[in-house]
Design a protein around this ligand. Structure first.
Ligand code: ADP
Ligand code: MG
Length: 321
């Protein structure tokens, strides 16, 4: 990079702010690779997700929000595995060496990293179209990771928090008019459900984070587990902001199919209902029962009146026969 700030200036800025605060980082930013101490008797859990401008976030997104979200979507993957986040790396592709942009980006990125005690231990900085790729590393007790493939017939299906908010914010943003700040915050600054994921270890049979849309993601659990699911779309938890901003039909659609909420969708046996509620209480996150696991291979959605519900979104390809 030869613009305002060169690659090495940018890396120096990142390094100066990425104080680890973890004594298990043997070697952080600055060498050819990072070295960390993995505690004995733990399994390492690794997730990576890239965010591209115009695809994963609108071009006008504030750099601090891009930083927050780039880490949040990755921490959400660890949450869905029931893992404790520990370390991360950051690959930045930037159209120019814009130091102010990197500083603002780090404001969001490092604020969320600090919240979860995650150390930034390395990465890469190159010139190209704006793209951010983060890898997170976390830890679980052996065999205790929450997987997609453990759902059993008869399980309840649960979801955390509220769904549809991020999709609602995107609809309002695209419409260009007034937008609701609560919804917008869900889109720009999703809160990964790390504490809930940890609390569900040993309780949930299967889990996934809601990034593609609730029905699609429930479908991923079904596919991996070799089961079907019945989901009651009217049981999907809606925020007050969602209820105020959209009519029932559009709200259902956004809640059932909108992505980017980063809530957890999970299954647990029916006799664990109280245990699930207690775990969620401890984690400070509400959870709602939205359906059950049945024999089959696809997700059937119904309204509160038992009427089969299908999305009106053309080309939506996540319902499988
Ligand atoms: P190399 O040529 O060995 O790949 P780099 O010049 O790419 O080294 O990186 C130097 C150091 O800075 C490495 O420790 C690398 O992990 C770190 N680094 C580079 N870019 C970033 C970034 N965007 N965020 C965090 N660390 C970075
Ligand atoms: Mg490099």
């Amino acid at each position: 990079m030869s613009d305002a700030a060169g690659e090495f200036d940018l890396i120096a800025r990142i390094r100066a702010r990425a104080s680890s605060g973890r004594d298990d980082v043997v070697l952080g930013i600055g060498d050819d690779a990072a070295v960390v101490s993995v505690p004995a008797g733990r399994q390492l859990v690794v997730a990576t997700d890239a965010l591209n401008v115009g695809v994963h976030f609108p071009e006008a997104t504030a750099p601090a929000d891009i930083g927050w979200k780039a880490l949040a979507v990755n921490l959400s993957d660890l949450a869905a595995m029931g893992a404790t986040p520990a370390w991360c790396t950051l690959s930045l592709s930037l159209p120019e060496g814009d130091a102010a942009w990197v500083d603002a980006f780090l404001d969001g990125f490092l604020a969320l990293a600090a919240q979860h005690g995650v150390a930034l231990i390395g990465g890469d900085t190159t010139r190209g179209p704006l793209s951010v790729c983060v890898t997170v590393l976390g830890l679980v007790a052996p065999g205790s990771a929450l997987r997609r493939d453990g759902a059993r017939v008869g399980d309840d299906v649960w979801v955390s928090g509220t769904v549809g908010d991020a999709a609602g914010a995107l609809v309002q943003w695209r419409a260009g008019g007034a937008f609701d700040a609560t919804l917008r915050a869900r889109l720009d600054r999703p809160a990964p459900r790390v504490t809930l994921g940890l609390a569900l270890a040993g309780i949930a049979h299967a889990a996934i984070d809601v990034s593609d849309g609730l029905i699609a993601d429930a479908g991923h659990i079904c596919e991996a587990s070799g089961v079907g699911a019945e989901i009651e779309v009217d049981a999907l938890p809606a925020s007050d902001a969602m209820q105020a901003a959209f009519d029932v039909e559009l709200r259902r659609e956004l809640q059932a199919t909108g992505g980017d909420d980063y809530e957890l969708c999970f299954t647990a046996s029916q006799d664990m209902r109280e245990t699930v509620e207690r775990a969620a209480n401890t984690a400070g996150t509400r959870v709602t029962r939205i359906g059950r696991i049945v024999e089959g291979s696809s997700v059937a959605a119904r309204t509160a009146h038992g009427v089969a519900w299908t999305t009106g979104v053309a080309g939506y390809r996540h319902f499988r026969a």
